[in-house]
Design a protein around this ligand. Sequence first.
Ligand SMILES: [Zn+2]
Length: 55
Amino acid sequence: MIKCTECDAEIKIPDDAMENEIVTCPDCGASYELIKSSNGFTIRPAQSVGEDWGE
Ligand SMILES: [Zn+2]
């Protein structure tokens, strides 16, 4: 289980998750990018600066 680095809430990773997929913390709404590692996935804060999502 991966924990949010902002609020320590548990973030569920889908079984079919893919690397670079964006997951969102259900508690604080922080976005993370999935990074595949040798023993599963880790997360890092999603890069939102400089990207335009149309909002
Ligand atoms: Zn959180």
